[in-house]
Design a protein around this ligand. Structure first.
Ligand code: UD1
Ligand code: CA
Length: 459
C-alpha cells in the first residue's frame, strides 16, 4: 500500500537567531531537512508533503535544488504543529481515500532513520491503532513532550510547558515521529484545541483524542534529538561526527587521532586510508583504499582513487586518480582531473584542467583551463594565462613536453608532444612537436660596470 508523509518545516527557529530557517541549519554540513528526507525516502515512503512558512523561499529552493518531487503546503501563521499538518488537508484526504497511513515528522530532528520509520510502521499496522507515536527515553527529557501513561496504558502526550511536577520526571518522550491512519488524522485535526500554555494547536493532542493509540519505542534514543538552539545544533554535530568516524573506522579507515577531523554524512572512505588531523571532507566525496589524506586538508565533492596522497590540500569538485600525490599547500579547483601518478607540489593551483598520467607540477605554478598530456614536466613558476580580461581560452600541452621555469603560456596556445619551452619564455604561438621555443632577449654583458668603480672608490 502507498505510504504518505508530512514533514513539518514551517517553524522560524527563533532560538537559532538566524536568517535561515531552522530546518536548513546544518549537521555535518548537511541541512537537517535533508537528513529527514533521506531517511523517509530510504524507508520507501515516496508521497511526501512539506509544510513551509518562515523563510519559505529558502526551503522551497533547497527542495528544488535536490530535485524533490514533493508537494508543498504553506502555513501562513505559526499556530502550532497540528495547524501545520492541517495545511496539507488535500494531501491527507487523498491518502484517506486510499485508506493509507501517514507518517508525520519534524524537519528539525535529523537522526530519525529508515529502520525506525519502518519498525514503527509495522507496529502501527499490527496494532491497527489510529495513531502510533515513536518514543525515546532520554536522560535529560527537558523541552520534549512526555509520554503519559495510566496504569501502564498510553493515554496522551504532555508538552514541557504544561507538565505537572510529577510529569516532568518522565523520561520517555515524544520523538515527534508518528504514523496515523489518514482518515483518523483528518478527523482528529478538526478536534484539536489551543487551550495550553503556549496557546498553540498541538499535534500531540491528537494522541489523547484518538480512540486507539500505541507507542513504538525507538531502539536508539538519539533518533529523537532535535535542535532548537545553536547549542543543541552543536551537540547534534558532535554526536553525528563521532558516529560517522566510528562507522568509517568499522569499514577499515584509519583515524589515529580525530582532532579537527569532520567528515560529512555521505562521504565514503576505503580501507587502510589514513585521515590525519584538521581534515574536513564534505559533500559527495568518495575516497579509495590506502590513501593518506591530511593533515590540514579540505575536500569537497571529490572522487579520489586508491593510494592517493593529499597533504595540506584544498580540493573541490575534482577527480584524482590512483597513485596521484598533491601537496603540501595545493589548491585543486572545480573541474580538475589529475590522472594516475601525477605529482603536484607546493603552491600550485589547478582549475578546470586535465593533467595526464605521471605529469609533474612541482612548484609555484598555475594551470587553468588546460589539457596537459602524459609525462609532462613543469619547472618552477609556470603560468597558463587563460583570461584576456573578457574571455577564457584553453592551453594544450602534448605528451612528454618540458615547460621551462617561469614560462607564461598565453592561451589559446598549443605546445607539441615532446616540445620544450626555454626558461623565462612568454609563449604566444603554437610550438610544434619536438621543437624548442625560446622567447627572451639575448643576454648582454656590460664590462666594468659602474658599481665596481663605486666600490673601489669607497674602499
Ligand atoms: C515538538 C513536539 C514535542 C516533541 C518534539 C520532538 C508538539 C506540540 N510538540 O516540540 O512533543 O517532543 O517536537 O522534537 O508538536 N512547526 C511548524 N509550524 C508550527 C510549529 C512548528 O511547521 O506552527 C514545525 C517546526 O518547524 C519543527 C516542528 O514543527 O520542524 C516541531 O516544532 P517545534 O516548535 O520545534 O516543536 P518542539 O517544541 O520541538
Ligand atoms: Ca523542535
Amino acid at each position: 500500500m502507498e505510504k504518505y508523509c508530512v514533514i513539518l518545516a514551517a517553524g522560524d527557529g527563533k532560538r537559532m537567531k538566524s536568517e535561515k530557517p531552522k530546518v536548513l541549519c546544518e549537521v555535518l554540513f548537511y541541512p537537517m531537512l535533508g537528513w529527514v528526507l533521506d531517511s523517509v525516502k530510504q524507508s520507501g515512503t515516496e508521497n511526501i508533503a512539506v509544510i513551509v512558512g518562515a523563510h519559505k523561499e529558502q526551503v522551497i529552493s533547497y527542495l528544488e535544488k535536490r530535485g524533490e518531487a514533493c508537494e508543498i503546503f504553506e502555513q501562513n501563521e505559526r499556530l502550532g504543529t497540528a495547524h501545520a499538518v492541517m495545511q496539507a488537508m488535500p494531501f491527507l484526504k487523498k491518502a484517506a481515500e486510499e485508506n493509507a497511513d501517514v507518517l508525520v515528522l519534524c524537519g528539525d530532528a535529523p537522526f530519525v532513520d529508515s529502520g525506525t520509520i519502518s519498525g514503527a510502521y509495522d507496529c502501527h499496522r499490527a496494532s491497527k491503532a489510529e495513531v502510533t507515536v515513536v518514543s525515546a527515553t532520554l536522560d535529560n527529557p527537558t523541552g520534549y513532550g512526555r509520554i503519559v501513561r495510566e496504569n501502564g496504558e498510553f493515554c496522551g502526550i504532555t508538552e514541557q510547558k504544561d507538565c505537572t511536577n510529577g510529569q516532568r520526571l518522565i523520561k520517555e518522550i515524544n520523538s515527534g515521529v508518528y504514523w496515523f491512519k489518514a482518515a483518523a488524522l483528518c478527523e482528529l485535526l478538526t478536534r484539536v484545541e489551543n487551550k495550553n500554555a503556549a496557546g498553540e494547536y498541538y499535534l500531540t493532542d491528537t494522541a489523547a483524542l484518538a480512540r486507539s493509540k500505541t507507542v513504538y519505542s525507538a531502539e536508539n534514543s538519539d533518533i529523537a534529538l532535535g535542535a532548537n538552539s545553536r547549542a543543541q545544533l552543536a551537540e547534534l554535530n558532535i554526536l553525528a561526527r563521532n558516529a560517522k568516524l566510528a562507522s568509517l573506522m568499522d569499514g577499515g579507515a584509519e583515524i589515529p587521532l580525530a582532532d579537527g577531523i569532520i567528515i560529512g554524512k555521505d562521504v565514503k572512505v576505503g580501507c587502510d586510508t589514513v585521515i590525519l588531523p584538521n581534515t574536513i571532507i564534505k559533500g559527495n566525496t568518495e575516497i579509495g583504499k590506502g590513501c593518506e589524506i591530511g593533515p590540514n586538508s579540505f575536500i569537497t565533492d571529490c572522487r579520489i582513487g586508491d593510494r592517493v596522497t593529499l597533504d595540506n590540500v584544498r580540493a573541490s569538485e575534482s577527480v584524482i586518480d590512483s597513485g596521484a600525490k598533491a601537496g603540501p599547500f595545493v589548491h585543486l579547483r572545480p573541474g580538475t582531473h589529475l590522472h594516475s601518478g601525477v605529482k603536484i607540489g607546493d603552491f600550485v593551483e589547478v582549475k578546470n584542467s586535465e593533467v595526464g598520467i605521471n605529469t609533474c607540477i612541482a612548484h609555484l605554478t598555475y594551470i587553468g583551463d588546460s589539457d596537459v598530456g602524459k609525462g609532462v614536466n613543469f619547472g618552477c613558476g609556470c603560468v597558463t594565462a587563460n583570461y584576456d580580461g573578457i574571455r577564457k581560452y584553453r592551453t594544450q600541452i602534448g605528451d612528454n613536453a618540458f615547460i621551462g621555469c617561469n614560462t607564461n603560456l598565453i592561451a589559446p596556445v598549443r605546445i607539441g608532444d615532446n616540445a620544450t619551452t626555454a626558461a623565462g619564455s612568454t609563449i604566444t604561438h603554437n610550438v610544434p612537436d619536438n621543437a624548442l621555443a625560446v622567447e627572451r632577449g639575448k643576454q648582454k654583458n656590460l664590462e666594468n660596470w659602474e658599481k665596481n668603480n663605486l666600490r673601489i672608490k669607497k674602499a
